[in-house]
Write a protein that binds this ligand. Structure first.
Ligand SMILES: C[S@@+](CC[C@H](N)C(=O)[O-])C[C@H]1O[C@@H](n2cnc3c(N)ncnc32)[C@H](O)[C@@H]1O
Length: 449
């Protein structure tokens, strides 16, 4: 059963699922081929590989759609982090389940994205709007698409995990014993001999945060028990996730450290620099870390040149000049703090859509508040004209069909790049510091030797 707070969200979600099916049926997987590279991979590896087409989704309404239809008009269930939804069918042998964390409110977008990428209807869905996570079960015939999806970066998932088919009932006293029993069974079913670590996690919501103390208390106890059971090995590429959804319930997940977020709950720990002019500076810092990883130092060399479109009050410009770049900051608004009088930042009060650089630059960054497709056209123009080699851009997404909008923007950039698209890297992701928006990187990084 799916539980919704608000009937409007209920019908939005039903539409998201229905549209997802149509989208796949008519256009296949081609459009999302580029949201592929895991954050931690070197950039050269990330250069877009065409993704195989997923199977077509049958036109007939799924159990989930039918269920949503039957729910329409019924009083919405109360919002609860604890037990958001139940599965619609028992798990068949060979079936596969995914658990994904996201920004609260983006569950329908994440479901649409995952269903599109897996290319199959789910047999079970847990996706309570505002809960900060989704869980999807797929039939055995969809299982072969899952490993690739787990390896690739997701737009809306902060963390994407292979999951157990059902939750672990923890009880209120000894929670370690049921976690250990479920973990042993789960690891054995996945043919995983040991994990390198266990992370106790919870939804990134106010209610979820009330579980953080419990998670911290359980962490050393579960770690010690895993050690005792010889299930802990620091060389293992697998990590165990215990996702607490209530004091008496958890879901288990498994990640591969090479292809998953390196931060618990997928939330980066970045300290706000005291003298940066805006919190937005953290968004660019996170984007650089997520999109460029270890290539960061090669791609930001002192004396490189950058243009910041929509720069005021200056958080992104501040981030760039603190990496040694000279920045032309375009905005009719004022820059703040140390940027007002900094030789590395030149402020021009011009229109970011009309500004053209006199000489090409290494970086263009763009955080202007505008329609996503207009920003995507601008990104495509700067790269196709060779005005910049790398671009980081933000797409504001106030609309309902956010996955489709991101897909459309990707297509716009792709088309603008023409023949050069196959050599470009394009990654788009909702960062932790993004609100109703996503951030993207597109460019031509040097190939790894
Ligand atoms: C979200 S703020 C940018 C915040 C900035 N990245 C920071 O870190 O402080 C958006 C900015 O885009 C600017 N802007 C919007 N449209 C613009 C345009 N056509 N040309 C130049 N700047 C524009 C606004 O004036 C505003 O300062």
């Amino acid at each position: 059963m799916l539980a919704f707070n608000d009937p409007q969200r209920q019908s939005e979600f039903a539409n998201a699922i229905a549209n997802c099916g149509c989208l796949l049926y008519s256009r296949g997987m081609k459009k999302i081929k580029k949201f592929g590279a895991p954050a931690s991979k070197p950039l050269a590896e990330a250069i877009v590989a065409r993704r195989k087409r997923g199977p077509k989704v049958p036109k007939a309404p799924s159990a989930l759609q039918l269920h949503l239809k039957s729910q329409a008009g019924k009083a919405p269930a109360a919002a609860k982090v604890a037990k958001p939804a139940a599965t619609t069918a028992p798990a068949a042998s060979g079936s596969v389940s995914l658990l994904a964390y996201c920004r609260a409110g983006f569950e329908p977008d994440l479901v649409t994205e995952l269903l599109t990428r897996i290319g199959a209807q789910p047999t079970s869905t847990v996706a309570l709007p505002g809960s900060g996570f989704v869980r999807l079960g797929f039939p055995p015939n969809a299982a072969r698409h899952v490993p690739a999806v787990l390896r690739e970066s997701s737009i809306f998932a902060r963390q994407l995990l292979l999951s157990q088919p059902g939750p672990v009932a923890l009880g209120m006293r000894d929670r370690v014993t049921p976690i250990m029993a479920a973990a042993s069974a789960f690891l054995s079913a996945q043919k995983v001999k040991a994990v390198c670590a266990v992370w106790m996690e919870h939804p990134d919501t106010n209610e979820g945060k009330s579980l953080s103390k419990l998670g911290m208390a359980l962490q050393p106890l579960v770690t010690a028990q895993l050690q005792e059971a010889s299930l802990l090995d620091e060389k293992s590429p697998h990590r165990l996730h215990v996702f607490l959804t209530a004091k008496d319930e958890a879901w288990l997940g498994l990640s591969d450290v090479r292809h998953s977020s390196a931060w618990p709950m997928g939330i980066p720990r970045l300290r706000m620099p005291a003298d940066a002019p805006s919190r937005s500076t953290l968004k660019l810092a996170e984007a650089i870390h997520v999109f460029l990883g270890d290539a960061d130092e090669r791609l930001f060399q002192p004396d490189m040149r950058a243009v910041d479109l929509g720069a005021a009050p200056g958080g992104w410009t501040w981030q760039l000049i603190h990496r040694g770049l000279n920045v032309i900051a375009i905005d009719n608004g004022d820059l703040r703090g140390e940027l007002i009088d900094n030789a590395m930042a030149r402020h021009l009060r011009e229109d970011g859509f009309k500004y053209r650089p006199k000489k090409s630059v290494d970086w263009m960054v763009c955080d202007m508040v505008e329609s996503p497709s207009r920003i995507a056209r601008l990104v495509g123009l700067w790269l196709s004209e060779g005005w910049a080699r790398h671009v980081i851009f933000n797409l504001k997404l106030p609309m309902k069909k956010r996955f489709e909008e991101v897909e459309r923007c990707s297509q716009i950039i792709d088309e603008a790049l023409g023949d050069r698209a196959s050599r470009a890297v394009l990654k788009i992701k909702q960062l932790y510091h993004d609100r109703e928006e996503v951030t993207g990187y597109c460019g031509f990084p040097p190939r790894e030797r």
